[in-house]
Design a protein around this ligand. Structure first.
Ligand code: PFF
Length: 446
């Protein structure tokens, strides 16, 4: 296939698209609960360090491969490898990325379906006057109902695949323009409210005063996986977006803006959620249900609480929507690159992800006792292994490809900076990011 002619409408549109991919479940659902499970501030510090040392340089690597190749991830990798006289087998890295996003999207759609459920419940005023225990019990009842969960999973995936089938650069641009400012506004409101509660002080201490006693090699693995997940790096999903990047744009500037927005959302969400946790005397290590139990309580305290809560779940839904569109893109682009029509490719991806998603749905009911590995349920496994192992592994290979294998003049042109900026990026990726991923994976898993 020849290079694609499709482009994002402007530089701002590209930044918004990547921010849309980055900001999602990772910031508002996963960040608080994983920080809670790993002891708070020390985890936060590690995660921010990994964002800076690994996430950003590898994100640039990933996008620049797409930008230099201007094809689907598999084809860009194959094409650039051939240009450098290296093995065309590098294109299989694109397939590995597609497999990773396949696994991630399968649970992503299920959890985003929970937002639909909570949005509807909130519009109906179902949370009004409920205490922490009642909200938690309601959530448990919902989880145990596979039919309701399958319905919201189906609906969410359908929403995603319709946009993907239409071609991402059109619909996404307008949605992102509206979404990000609104999401920030509501998060600021919520954090402002949190500042008036008793739990605010303890929440800040918990989030920002590190206690390194609890840090094990596995905590490093969790923090590294989360850095990749939250930035949407390591699965060739941003590589697919890089293919549509405008000609004249500096990649480091774009990526820097995205990271600030992304970490900002996570911090605001964390402050709001942990303030409720400590005000209510709840357990920070509650797990994946954390935000679903804390947010309805927090909003209930505000005037017009049900309205704010509904709006918030609607915004979250839109935020996860833009991320899941990004998750689907590399699979669809790869199939399209092999000659399949975009609509059919989107349908094929949608159906397979839907089936895989049932595993997550059923792991709260029929398969609740099924622990295939490490005494973890299917849901725990699918939310952990692709994020904490596949993404770093994919990111590592992408970094090796971008900084060692592909023609370095093309990498420099695609980075869009001068000579010094390029050298700096190359040194960081070659001598910091790559060894660090290897070190953390080996130390954590062996
Ligand atoms: N960054 C998204 C989030 O934080 O919710 C998740 C994600 C999107 C991960 C795309 C990986 C990916 F390729």
């Amino acid at each position: 296939m020849n290079a694609t002619q499709e482009r994002w409408g402007s530089r701002r549109a590209f930044i918004l698209a990547v921010t849309g991919a980055a900001v999602g479940l990772g910031n508002i659902w996963r960040f608080p609960y994983i920080t809670g499970e790993n002891g708070g501030a020390a985890f936060l510090l590690l995660y921010v360090a990994f964002v800076l040392l690994l996430g950003l340089p590898v994100m640039m690597a990933e996008i620049l491969v797409g930008r230099a190749g201007r094809r689907s991830p598999m084809q860009s990798l194959g094409y650039l490898a051939t240009q450098a006289g290296a093995s065309r087998h590098w294109r299989w890295l694109g397939l590995f990325g597609a497999f990773t996003v396949f696994c991630i999207l399968s649970f992503y759609s299920v959890v985003s379906g929970w937002f639909i459920e909570f949005f509807v419940a909130s519009v109906n005023g179902n949370f009004v006057g409920l205490g922490a225990a009642e909200v938690a019990a309601g959530f448990e009842t919902f989880l145990a109902d596979p039919r309701r969960m399958t319905f919201t999973h189906t609906l969410f995936l359908f929403m995603t695949m319709t946009v993907v089938a239409a071609g991402v650069s059109k619909g996404l641009e307008r949605l992102n323009n509206l979404l990000m400012p609104l999401l920030y506004l509501l998060l600021l409101l919520l954090a402002g409210y949190a500042a008036t509660t008793e739990g605010f002080g303890p929440a800040l201490v918990w989030l920002f005063r590190p206690d390194f006693a609890a840090v094990t090699p596995l905590v490093f693995v969790h923090a590294m996986g989360h850095a990749f997940f939250t930035l949407a790096v390591g699965a060739c999903a941003l590589m697919a977006y890089g293919a549509y990047m405008p000609e004249r744009q500096s990649l480091p500037h774009a990526v820097g803006a995205v990271a600030v927005l992304d970490v900002g959302v996570a911090l605001l969400a964390g402050i709001a959620i942990f303030s409720v946790v400590f005000t209510q005397g709840m357990d920070p290590a509650e797990g994946p249900g954390l935000m679903f139990v804390t947010l309805p309580i927090a909003f209930a305290e505000l005037p017009w609480g049900a309205l704010w809560l509904s709006l918030f779940f609607l915004l979250l839904l839109l935020a996860t929507w833009t991320s899941s569109i990004n998750l689907a893109e590399p699979m669809v682009a790869n199939l399209q690159g092999r000659g399949m029509g975009r609509g059919r490719a989107a349908a094929a991806v949608g159906i397979s992800v839907w089936v895989m998603g049932l595993l997550s749905v059923f792991s709260f009911s029929y398969l609740a006792e099924w622990r295939p590995l490490f005494n973890m349920t299917a849901f725990d496994l699918i939310t952990t292994i692709p994020t904490e192992i596949f993404l770093p592994l994919g990111g590592l290979l992408i970094a090796v490809f971008a900084a060692w294998i592909m023609p370095q003049e093309l990498a420099k042109a695609a980075l869009g900076t001068g000579e010094t900026g390029f050298r700096l990026w190359q040194v960081v990726v070659r001598w910091i990011s790559i060894p660090l991923v290897v070190l953390v994976l080996v130390a954590g898993l062996v």
